[in-house]
Design a protein around this ligand. Structure first.
Ligand SMILES: Nc1ncnc2c1ncn2[C@@H]1O[C@H](COP(=O)(O)OP(=O)(O)O)[C@@H](O)[C@H]1O
Ligand SMILES: [Mg+2]
Length: 397
């Protein structure tokens, strides 16, 4: 039997906040980390070695891979063929290229999950305006349109509530005088009771575990805050966890996987989408669970025993902190956010701010889900007041 012995270097494709938090978990376990990222001052830079390079260029990937033992990813936007080539040359990559291929295209992902017997909203591939009209006839309005590839945080998702909106969304996604953004996915609008998310984890040897179900609340298609445990009947929670495990098995992913779900008014659970990596909806595990999703991901891709996914607190809420201004001068007044007991700041150390960019998050633990949510949101409001006051004082633009 083989065993993992230190020293070992984990390679992470992408040095954004997810790469940073994975690197912190790995470093705590004595594992060295090298990230491949286009800029040297990425979020993960203070906690890893950065190799400046482009993950869309095979030569950059191959050159970097020589210095690492095992490779994983913080996002799914890498060509599967390039990952296969890394493996052929002797560096294991988890999750594998074929798992990523199952999710990179939202239509293929849906088709794959449906073929595996998982419940998904009704959907159609859409390549022309005639297809859109057919989709409206079959699925009705509102109709959800999504770009099949490269969508995230609502980039590439739009809900048409009228024929007029449908035309303007089509014109935006597929302008007549330009190359279309790519093929689209049309799907039924799900008037969900709430959005749920389950983090699941699969070790290289096939062992799987799931975390408690969280409620996620989106604003403008982007996760605003999450609450765990979700306030749902036990049977719904168990169903959501079973679906999450079935989903990770369906794409044979390894590591953490975020499974976004819709809970319908009639109590059905539908899969919206998968992200085969640590996920925003699992950030609560950093302060709420026995083993956080990042450590778990590192363990899984190194084929180490998985840790407990147990929630150790009555309730934990996570609130994302978004950028409000454009600029390289990112300030962080710590005082406000750090005052309340049970509130934990996770700042990503980004070198530039943009309106809407995820700059950090706050986790709040409390005796009830309502108290946890209020504490996370109050701490975020306090932080944003301090940040805007600082920006005014600095008189910057
Ligand atoms: N079929 C749908 N019905 C209702 N709301 C949807 C549907 N699909 C997406 N949404 C809303 O849009 C958000 C973003 O869509 P999603 O498919 O998760 O794309 P992204 O890749 O941008 O996260 C979802 O979290 C949900 O709030
Ligand atoms: Mg999503």
């Amino acid at each position: 039997m083989s065993s993992t012995t230190l020293p070992i270097t984990l390679g992470i494709i992408g040095g954004g906040q997810l790469g940073r938090m994975m690197a912190i978990a790995a470093q705590q376990m004595g594992i060295g980390v090298s990230v491949l990222h286009p800029s040297a001052d990425c979020s993960a830079a203070p906690v890893s070695d950065v190799c400046v390079g482009d993950w869309t260029k095979r030569e950059d990937l191959l050159g970097w891979a020589e210095a690492v033992d095992v490779i994983t990813l913080e996002h799914e936007f890498v060509a599967a063929a390039d990952l296969d080539e890394l493996v052929r040359r002797g560096t294991p990559v988890w999750p594998q290229g074929r798992s990523l291929e199952c999710v990179q295209d939202k239509w293929l992902q849906r088709s794959h999950l449906q073929a595996a017997g998982l419940p998904v909203p009704q959907f159609r591939a859409v390549d022309s305006w005639a297809d859109v009209q057919l989709a409206v006839a079959e699925l009705g309005l509102p109709l959800v349109l999504k770009t099949r590839r490269m969508g995230y945080d609502g980039h590439g998702t739009a809900i048409a509530r009228s024929h007029q909106e449908l035309e303007s969304i089509w014109a935006r996604f597929c302008p007549p005088d330009m190359e279309p953004l790519g093929q689209l996915l049309a799907e039924e609008f799900v008037p969900f009771e709430q959005e749920l998310a389950v983090m699941a984890i699969r070790r290289r040897n096939g062992d799987c575990r799931s975390y408690p179900v969280a409620t996620t609340v989106q604003k403008n298609y982007v996760c605003d805050y999450t609450i765990a445990p979700a306030a749902i009947p036990r049977a719904v929670g168990e169903k959501a966890q079973e679906i999450a495990i079935a989903a990770v098995r369906a794409i044979e992913s390894v590591g953490a996987i975020g499974v976004e779900l819709f809970l319908t008014k009639s109590g059905d659970v539908l899969v919206n989408e998968l992200a085969p990596r640590p996920h925003n909806s699992g950030h609560y595990t950093l302060n709420g669970c026995a083993t956080n999703q990042f450590e778990q991901h590192v363990r899984a891709v190194l084929d180490l025993p998985l840790g407990s996914t147990e929630l150790l607190v009555p309730a934990v809420a996570m609130a994302n902190i978004f950028g409000t201004r454009q600029g390289a001068n990112v300030s962080l007044p710590l005082d406000a956010a750090l005052v309340p007991a049970g509130v934990y700041l996770h700042w990503y150390g980004k070198s530039a701010e943009r309106p809407g960019r995820k700059m950090g998050h706050l986790n709040a633990i409390a005796s009830s889900i309502d108290r946890a949510r209020d504490a996370a949101i109050e701490a975020r409001d306090a932080l944003s007041r301090w940040r805007s006051r600082d920006n005014e004082n600095a008189g910057d633009a």
